[in-house]
Design a protein around this ligand. Structure first.
Ligand code: AMP
Ligand code: ZN
Length: 477
């Protein structure tokens, strides 16, 4: 039995069966105009686990993930800084790769950039114009005519009653934005005629100078690297509409084929029960967490610890719990290896994609992963049988494969005694500050926070308590 996932298109859980020699998987990648946040990484880590699980089940996977290096946001931000678009986006793409390495994400087989595939995008737009699915406007923009595609709205369950089959949305405004809400559904831009705010970011086209719309890049690049029809397409749930709906329309109407058979969407990450946003001060990048002394594996573990179809409520307590769970796992592995005489180096060789679970104590964990990628159940299963793990060769191989599937580098986890904790006088002061804050004595709470900070520690508050972390530049032990 192959792994299964919930297919957004058919609204059913389905077994994943490759259509060719390799399982073709296209995932929408980052828009590189700043550091990715941990919400983005939840989606990328979930996709990474899916890929690893498919590999462990014996499939060869071709994973393609694009880089959006031209859109409304990248142009706006690069121009604000007076930088060439390519210089600006390269810097953020490099940063993205660095973060991915820290989180142990496998690099995709191909990582195409939108600006390197303008010709492919233009070719698809030309096909759509030629076959009557798109039309040009006097400003040199080209729009997709949604009324020509009866399946439009099928993926996201959209009611098309109020759809505007013209290049204006229901409010009568030109729908040239890359991102818009369901209420604004209308014909959408495939190609955007050059505007003054685009600066030097334009390419020649049969309709004059301009640039591609956001949606067309994924249709053109998935076709180039995976063919007209491939296996799975993934993204965060916010991409279901309009991005993926538009992708299906563009691809199906230009190639005559359904682009992907399985549509895989992961739910969003929330922080302490709220939507992440800069204005709420709860938007975290990987560096934000690393500078608070959390370690990368702990962050990865926290990101996979909830089921991908449920919103993940990210909390500092959850991060602490992830750290403790990993320390426990590392200890159990180390003591079993010691007892059985398997060296760490030999065990590391077992951390590989291999379907070797039958008859082992980890069979239950593997079947949880195969059942709609149920990582929380798999982790529960692992911990429930860990006491039985004695280093038996079959069990060791199965555990190695499970660690590969989850992307957990167990030896990169600091042992509990290596994890930093604040000295008692700092903890006492932080406790006093917490009490002061709860009782409304904010002046005292602020004063204590400053004292704690002067002594080299930072207090971060959660709903139900606080956490102390050494300041990144401090000499605190
Ligand atoms: P972007 O860089 O905005 O194009 O997003 C990259 C990926 O992150 C997409 O698959 C989004 O759906 C996903 N994403 C954005 N915000 C969140 C969030 N809060 N939680 C989970 N995934 C997200
Ligand atoms: Zn995309």
């Amino acid at each position: 039995m192959n792994p299964s996932i919930y297919n957004t298109l058919t609204r059913r859980k389905e077994e994943l069966v490759p259509s060719g020699k390799a399982f073709g998987m296209y995932c929408c990648g980052p828009t590189v105009y700043g550091p990715a946040h941990i919400g983005n990484f939840r989606t990328f880590v979930v996709q990474d686990v899916l890929r690893r699980v498919l590999e462990c089940s014996g499939m060869k996977v071709k994973h393609v993930r694009n880089i959006t290096d031209v859109d409304d946001k990248t142009i706006r931000e690069s121009r604000k800084l007076g930088l060439a678009l390519a210089d600006f986006t390269s810097k953020w793409a490099d940063k993205f790769h660095e973060d991915c390495r820290k989180l142990n994400l496998l690099p995709p087989a191909v990582e195409p950039r939108a600006t390197a595939h303008i010709a492919e995008q233009l070719e698809m737009v030309e096909t759509l114009v030629r076959n009557g699915h798109a039309y040009a406007m006097p400003d040199g923009s080209v729009y997709f005519k949604i009324s020509t595609f009866p399946d439009y709205g099928k993926l996201s369950g959209l009611n098309l009653e109020h759809a505007q089959t013209q290049a204006t949305n229901s409010a009568g405004e030109a729908n040239s934005a890359d991102e818009y809400e369901r209420e604004n559904v209308s014909d959408f831009a495939l190609w955007k005629g050059r505007k003054p705010e685009d600066g030097e970011n334009f390419w020649k086209s049969p309709w004059g100078e301009g640039r591609p719309g956001w949606h067309i890049e994924c249709s053109a690049m998935s076709k180039k690297y995976l063919g007209d029809s491939f296996d799975l397409h993934g993204g965060g749930v916010d991409l279901c509409f309009p991005h993926h709906e538009n992708e299906i329309a563009q691809s199906a109407c230009s190639t005559g084929k359904q682009p992907a058979r399985y549509w895989f969407h992961s739910a969003h990450l929330m922080v302490e029960g709220q939507k992440m946003s800069k204005s709420l001060g709860n938007l975290f990048t990987l560096d934000d967490l690393l500078s608070r002394s959390y370690f990368p594996m702990q962050i990865r573990y926290a990101l996979i610890s909830g089921h991908y179809r449920q919103q993940l409520n990210f909390t500092f307590k959850g991060l602490d719990d992830a750290g403790s769970a990993l320390a426990k796992l590392r200890k159990a592995v180390e003591s079993a290896l010691e007892r059985s005489g398997i060296s760490e180096a030999d065990f590391k060789k077992l951390v590989a994609p291999k379907n070797c679970f039958d008859g082992t104590i980890f069979e239950g964990a593997w079947s949880a992963l195969c059942d709609d990628l149920n990582v929380p159940r798999a982790l529960g299963e692992i911990f429930s049988v860990l006491h039985k793990f004695s280093g038996d060769a079959g069990d060791a191989a199965a555990l190695g494969s499970l660690l590969y599937a989850l992307g957990i580098d167990i030896f990169a986890v600091p042992a509990p005694d290596e994890q930093v904790s604040a000295p008692p006088e700092i903890s006492d002061m932080a406790q006093a500050r917490w009490e002061a804050k709860k009782s409304g004595d904010y002046a005292l709470a602020d004063e204590l926070r400053k004292k704690i900070s002067d002594m080299g520690w930072l207090v971060s508050d959660a709903k139900d308590g606080f956490k102390l972390v050494p300041k990144p530049d401090s000499k605190a032990p």
